[in-house]
Design a binder for this molecule. Structure first.
Ligand code: SOE
Length: 396
């Protein structure tokens, strides 16, 4: 059977554009025969010149300086949104209305209201939709999901998650879009805590209530050059003028799950020494698992049933016998990278499209996570717990 070709239109050629382009090119090399072969058909960027260069670099057949041309093109089957958060709703809703399947980088949107409109548009159009929370694709994380689903840990009691980075510590780092509410929607909350929320929901289930805390450590930053030159000229200021940081640098929250389990989550981009420290620890009444993304080929498992004189955490190195392992590398602990998690994400997207099915996490998940984030911010403001009502199905 010749796998179907699926024409991809990618909007954005930055950090995520690179990761997604790699995934479209490499996926069939790993998953053969693939459910479908993604074709890098068209790429869009801010202008024709940037787009043409990106097409050359990332191997796309054509390019445009206007994402609307890409969304409207009959040649495109799936639209990939890899641009800053404020552009997600307009592109996703236009793509859905044009009958295109949609993959969107996380967080889905700046607000729950925007995320809801995106969820409704893809539901109405009946297109496949996926939010790019790719850390759950790590084989060790998928193995954790399998162990929990099989009951190996027994009844789940507690989820403890972290996502710690330190790249924001330099107070002279410019005021990029990630520090501006207008563009990003929030700071560490939307940018990295959402990754942990996705994994918490995937491993333990739906979150029913939160009690949050937010902090901003660096209240202002130098304006990016374009803006600073105009301002400096206008105000004849010595040195770079600074702009206000109106988002959080750190978020902590307690969690209550619908299952009765409890949990906690911490995320910051200000933890000196922590680079991409996404971790979780899950306690059940029969055992515990630990995962640390900085040691992503490993999963730590403790079983309470082990005899006391030989009980302890065992290290499971992921390899060919683990989730997605047969398609990846033939030797355990050979080293899974960020690229492979995006390749697996691409495989799942193509599988859903080829089967006419649905992908996960989808826009409903993205909307739910946006609501959880708003509840955390609301709770941080009031100092009270905030309950979350179940998500009503779109269109209802
Ligand atoms: C920055 O914090 C960032 O690039 C996030 O935006 C990504 O989602 C994460 O995967 C790596 O760190």
């Amino acid at each position: 059977m010749t796998p179907p070709r699926i024409n991809v239109g990618l909007v954005g050629a930055g950090f995520m554009g690179k990761a997604h382009s790699l995934a479209y090119a490499a996926m069939p090399m790993f998953f053969w025969p693939p459910p479908a072969i993604p074709r890098r058909r068209m790429i869009a960027e801010l202008n024709e010149e940037l787009a043409a260069e990106a097409a050359e670099r990332f191997g796309f057949d054509s390019s445009t300086g206007d994402w609307r041309e890409l969304v409207e093109s009959d040649e495109i089957d799936v639209v990939d949104i890899s641009v800053p958060n404020d552009a997600h709703p307009e592109i996703a809703i236009a793509a859905a209305r044009a009958g295109k399947h949609v993959i969107c980088e996380k967080p889905l949107a700046r607000t729950a209201e925007e995320a809801r409109a995106m969820y409704e548009a893809v539901t109405e159009a009946g297109v496949v939709n996926l939010v790019a929370f790719s850390y759950r694709r790590t084989p060790a994380v998928e193995m954790a999901h399998r162990l929990i689903a099989e009951g190996t840990l027994g009844e789940i009691r507690n989820f403890r998650g972290t996502y710690l980075q330190d790249w924001s510590n330099d107070s002279d780092l410019p005021l990029s879009w990630r520090f501006q509410r207008d563009v990003a929607g929030s700071g560490a909350l939307g940018d990295i805590a959402t990754h942990v929320l996705d994994i918490a929901r995937y491993l333990v289930g739906e979150i029913a209530a939160v009690s949050g805390l937010l902090r901003t450590y660096i209240p202002d930053r130098p304006l990016p050059s374009g803006q600073s030159d105009q301002l400096a000229a206008a105000e004849k200021l010595a040195g770079a003028p600074r702009g206000e940081v109106d988002v959080d640098d750190e978020v902590l929250t307690m969690l209550r799950f619908e299952s009765g389990a409890v949990g906690s989550l911490e995320a910051t981009r200000h933890a000196h020494g922590r680079k991409n420290f996404l971790t979780f620890e899950v306690h059940g009444d029969a055992g515990t698992i630990l995962f640390d993304y900085e040691r992503r080929d490993e999963l730590q498992l403790y079983l309470a049933s082990d005899p006391s004189d030989r009980s302890g955490f065992r290290t499971i190195f992921t390899g060919p016998t683990h989730p997605y392992g047969a398609a990846l590398w033939p030797i355990p602990a050979l080293g899974i990278g960020y690229g492979e998690t995006k390749i697996i994400e691409c495989y799942e997207l193509m599988r859903a499209i080829a089967a006419g099915g649905s992908a996960s996490p989808d826009f409903k998940d993205g909307y739910r996570i946006a609501r959880i984030c708003e509840a955390i911010a609301e709770s941080a403001e009031s100092g009270e717990w905030v309950d979350l009502a179940p998500v009503a199905h779109a269109g209802k």
